[in-house]
Design a protein around this ligand. Sequence first.
Ligand SMILES: [Zn+2]
Length: 201
Amino acid sequence: MRIYRSPLLLRWLFPSAIWKGDDKHAVYLTFDDGPSESLTPWILQTLKDANVQATFFCVGNNVKKHPDLFRQIIADGHLVGNHTMHHENGLKTAAFDYLHSVDQANTLIQSNLFRPPYGKLTMKQYFQLKKRNLQVVFWSWLSYDFDPKQCSDKLKTKAQSIKGGDILVFHDNPKAAETLTESLQEVIRLLKHKQLTFKTI
Ligand SMILES: [Zn+2]
């Protein structure tokens, strides 16, 4: 079963994390895991054509590999956030190593926004992130664009349930390429049709 909405238990565990946006007339598009050579240019062009701003939670190692794409994201007026150095799973990584990865990524990304890969984080890691004044950002709607069993038609149908204030997650990751390129433009059109605007976190 795919859970598109973030579970309430998690919201209760991490109360000062961001789960939803304040503006009920806007949605917050986010793209995780990039920059990637195969998708970032396409995403940036699509956002530019639609005149939409988004937030990119980048993996430090990918920023290192593709510094030009990272600079282009910022030059296009989008916001960037930290998504660790190597996409570590918080539940499988010791707090010291996890925070080291976050710090390393932040020397390249320089953002106070942080999204944990897989949405997984221990309480210890969470409090250490807070101590560093990093704002943890989860989401309220997950697209499952990375899931090979999720076709773009299903994604577009599920997107009809998106409401104002929702933080949406897509992936700037080759794994999501087919589903994302077949659905993003239509999802943006659908949301504009709902009279929703687009904001960064
Ligand atoms: Zn990720």
